[in-house]
Design a protein around this ligand. Structure first.
Ligand code: FES
Length: 94
């Protein structure tokens, strides 16, 4: 039983490490312009970027080969959704 619990603890600690690592290390989305997922999220939260055209104007991403557009669009949508949820939550709290 103790061995089983030890294995579960080790698996959970490895999973936690993986999650924290992905949060701490930014991932390059636009290689042509060296733009990371973190920068895209910041642009959504701080500059109100809501689409690829605005991201291009803000960070210069997605204006060369365009291979990053699909991933960038997904990150914009995800961050915009998080932002909306946070705003809704804070409005309900006040
Ligand atoms: S990877 Fe973003 S324009 Fe090429």
């Amino acid at each position: 039983m103790a061995l089983f619990l030890l294995i579960i603890v080790l698996i959970c600690s490895r999973m936690d490490h993986g999650i924290n690592k992905s949060v701490q290390n930014p991932m390059y989305i636009c290689i042509c312009k060296n733009v990371t997922d973190r920068q895209i999220r910041q642009a959504v939260f701080q500059q109100d970027v809501s689409n690829i055209r605005e991201l291009r104007a803000c960070l210069g991403a997605c204006d060369q080969c365009g291979k990053c557009a699909r991933d960038a669009r997904g990150i914009i949508r995800e961050a915009a959704s998080e932002k909306m949820m946070m705003e809704t939550h804070s409005a309900m709290a006040s």
